[in-house]
Every structure is written in structure tokens, then in C-alpha cells.
Design a protein around this ligand. Structure first.
Ligand code: RNT
Ligand code: ZN
Length: 412
């Protein structure tokens, strides 16, 4: 269907397709660097990921250097309509120096800022509390050894400095997201002590004030990981309370809850108590497996909550998945576009009519509307959005992704 006819059809429903297209263009998605190289990073000293995060697969074409990763990102961004962000982890430094985690500095990441400036995109950041000998027993900020805690506090403190500088250089607040793998394989007997140590370490790490125009801190909870089945120190309740008390962002990772929980349902509850939310949009399959996100009900209801609860302006949308069995650039492109498609669909729903029916307790009309709306020509509006942003769709997209994968497949 032509865009003109689609637009008219939406207008019949009282929906302004032009306004939806314009709004979508203002929503940046923070694309995670770690899908490009299976969460390996560019340190020489780092070890296996640990903490229960694992990319599986051995598809050819993994980016081995910062230049290869940036080339892949350039290509991926060219296939995604709109202007977005890159979410870097501290282990992705670009420097001949080989600093340990407690020695990292802005200069080790400066090439990323140059690249981001050239691309006109913002950067987000994450201290890396895994893949390191001092994290081998899955305890970092809550480790009983004060020396190990001090090491990781210093890493986190420096990460905040680097992130704040990113924000200042790029004129766009950098979200610095804190996730630690800390937990126990078998039942601990002093959960309280572990959580008190984590809290005290976070307090120290976050004690230096930074301009919120440059830096926003976020904390990310988890339910469990492989190898830390019995207890995760930074649980949802731990960080929900922490974020409320300290005014940080709360990061909700869609893979970090029981599979029957709906993460989209949490947004409105959390938003009443924390000023800003960070999302790690992911697809857990049976566990926190970090599959590439599909345009499925979970993502659609997440996007609908963001739009209907008017949370877009205080939510940072980040992605968190890593699949090494398929083209890594295609994974980025597919997942990021799916997030955008979900947002566009939400923006194209007859929100006021739906809310009107609900407030009148007319649940029949609410159901008729949601089900009939599924037949609306969303695809035509999406294609128009891609066309306006010089991004391909359909066969051209598939061919382009194929060709790029053939070009990088020869990497050793
Ligand atoms: C791990 C968390 C965390 C990581 C990234 C690499 O379970 O989801 O966000 O995936 O920091
Ligand atoms: Zn995450």
C-alpha cells in the first residue's frame, strides 16, 4: 500500500501518521558495542566473560579490533533509519597502552569520541566488572576482601569520569550503567553482609558529583546467572531501593526477571518512584540468553507502555543481546530496527480512543480496537520512514546485509 493511502487509513482512526514519523525520528536507540565481537573487548589481559553472560556461536566475521568494530558499526548504522547512540563497555578501550581496569583514563577511549563526533552520535558507557582475574569468583564490589573492593571501586570511579567527559565532549549526557556479576552458586548464609558491602562500595564509587548534563548513573539488577544460581547480590529489590534513595536511573534488563514476569508492566510502577529509566531490551529464551530481539509481543508491549504512559522523555532505550551464530552486523540491524518498528506501531495506535474506552469501563470497545488495529498498514509507514532516512527496507536490506557479511567473513 502507498504511504498516502496508509496515512489516510490512519487518519480515519484519528491517528496522525506524519506526527508518528516525526516522533520516531527523535528517539535514539543506544546500540551496544558488544554484539559486534561476542563481548570480548580489546584488552590483552581480560579473561572469559564470567558472571553468567555468554555469547555462543562461531559465525565468521567477528570484529577483532576497534577499527573493525567501527567499520561494522558504520555499516549497521547506515542500515538503520534515524540517529542513534553507541553504548561502549570499558573493556573496549582503543589504545596501545594496556591499562588495568583501575588505570583506565579518558585518553584510552578518545578515538571513540572522535568517531562519535564524526558520526554525530552520542555515547553511553559501562564499567566492566567481569572478564578479569579479580572477578573470577563472581564477587567484585561486594567481595569480602577490601583490597578487591577498592580495585573495583576505582574502576567504577574512573568509568564515571570517562563517561562524564564523553557527555561533555559530545554535548549529550552519557549514561554510565553499573552491572556487577556478584552472586553465589550455592546458598550464602550472610546475604545481608554481601548486600551491605555492595551498597557501601556503590556509595563510594558514586560519591564524586558530576554535572547531570554530562553524566547519568544507572544501576542494573539481575535475578540469577549461570554459576550464580543461589543469590544475586544486586537483586531487583536491592537496586530499586538504591535507585530511589540515590536518584540514579534504574536499568531494567528484559532478561533479568522470571520468564513469566512482564517487564513492560514494571515501567509505570517504577516510573512513579525513579525519575529516569534505562532499558536493556533483550530476548530471554528460558533464561537470560540474550537472543536478538524480535518484533514480538514483549517488545510491542514495552513500546506501547513507553508511548501510552508518556515515558519516552525519561527513558533511555538501550539494547542488550549477543548472538554469535549469525551475522553480527545483521543482528544489530535486525534488533535495532525491531525496536524502532515497535515504537512506530505504538505511536500509530489510537491511544486516545483506547484510553477513552477503558476509562468508561467499556472493555469490549477496548478489545475491538486493539484487535482491529492489528490490520492497520504499519509497514507502509515504516517504509516511508526508512525512505526519508535513506535506509533500505525489504529485499534491498537483505541483499545489503548479505553482501556486508561476505566482505567480513574472511576475518581470521
Ligand atoms: C548481564 C547484563 C549486562 C551485560 C552487559 C555486557 O547480565 O545484562 O548488561 O549484558 O553489560
Ligand atoms: Zn543488561
Amino acid at each position: 500500500m502507498s504511504y498516502g493511502s496508509a496515512k489516510a487509513q490512519f487518519a480515519d482512526w484519528g491517528v496522525d501518521a506524519e506526527a508518528a514519523i516525526a516522533r520516531l525520528a527523535t528517539i535514539p536507540i543506544s546500540m551496544h558495542c558488544w554484539q559486534g565481537d561476542d563481548v570480548v573487548g580489546f584488552e590483552t589481559r581480560s579473561g572469559a566473560s564470567g558472571g553468567g553472560i555468554q555469547a555462543t556461536g562461531n559465525h565468521p566475521g567477528r570484529a577483532r579490533t576497534p577499527d573493525e568494530l567501527r567499520a561494522d558499526l558504520d555499516f549497521a548504522f547506515s542500515q538503520i533509519p534515524g540517529s542513534h547512540r553507541l553504548n561502549l563497555h570499558a573493556m573496549y578501550l582503543d589504545s596501545d597502552a594496556d591499562p588495568d581496569r583501575d588505570e583506565i583514563e579518558y585518553d584510552h577511549f578518545a578515538p571513540w569520541v572522535d568517531w562519535a563526533k564524526a558520526q554525530g552520535i552520542g555515547l553511553d558507557f559501562n564499567p566492566t566488572f567481569f572478564a578479569h582475574e579479580k572477578a573470577d569468583d563472581n564477587l567484585t564490589l561486594s567481595h569480602p576482601d577490601p583490597g578487591i573492593r577498592a580495585f573495583w571501586i576505582e574502576h567504577g570511579r574512573r568509568s564515571r569520569e570517562i563517561a562524564a567527559r564523553f557527555g561533555a565532549e559530545l554535548g549529550s549526557a552519557c549514561v554510565n550503567n553499573i552491572w556487577v556479576p556478584d552472586g553465589y552458586k550455592d546458598n550464602p548464609v550472610d546475604r545481608m553482609a554481601a548486600r551491605a558491602r555492595l551498597e557501601a562500595s556503590l556509595d563510594k564509587m558514586l560519591s564524586e558529583p558530576h554535572d547531570p548534563a554530562h553524566l547519568r548513573d544507572a544501576v542494573e539488577s539481575k535475578l540469577f546467572g549461570i554459576g550464580v544460581e543461589a543469590c544475586t547480590v544486586g537483586s531487583h529489590e536491592f537496586y530499586l531501593g538504591y535507585a530511589i534513595r540515590k536518584g540514579t536511573l534504574l536499568c531494567l534488563d528484559m532478561g533479568h526477571f522470571h520468564p513469566t514476569e512482564s517487564v513492560s508492566d514494571k515501567l509505570s510502577s517504577v516510573a512513579l518512584s525513579v525519575p529516569e529509566i534505562l532499558l536493556h531490551v533483550s530476548r530471554p529464551m528460558r533464561w537470560d540468553s540474550d537472543h536478538v530481539i524480535l518484533l514480538n509481543d514483549d517488545i510491542l508491549s514495552m513500546a506501547q507502555e513507553l508511548v501510552f504512559a508518556d515515558l519516552l522523555d525519561r527513558t533511555r532505550i538501550g539494547l542488550d543481546f549477543f548472538d554469535a551464530t549469525i551475522s553480527r552486523t545483521a543482528a544489530w540491524v535486525i534488533g535495532t530496527r525491531n525496536m524502532q518498528k515497535a515504537l512506530l506501531r505504538a505511536l500509530l495506535l489510537p491511544k486516545d480512543r483506547l484510553k477513552g474506552a477503558e476509562i468508561r469501563l467499556d472493555h469490549t470497545t477496548r478489545l475491538m480496537l486493539t484487535e482491529e488495529a492489528k490490520d492497520l498498514p504499519f509497514a507502509s509507514v515504516w517504509q516511508e520512514f526508512c525512505r526519508r532516512h535513506n535506509a533500505p527496507s525489504g529485499a534491498a536490506l537483505i541483499d545489503g546485509l548479505d553482501q556486508y557479511q561476505s566482505r567480513v567473513a574472511g576475518r581470521g
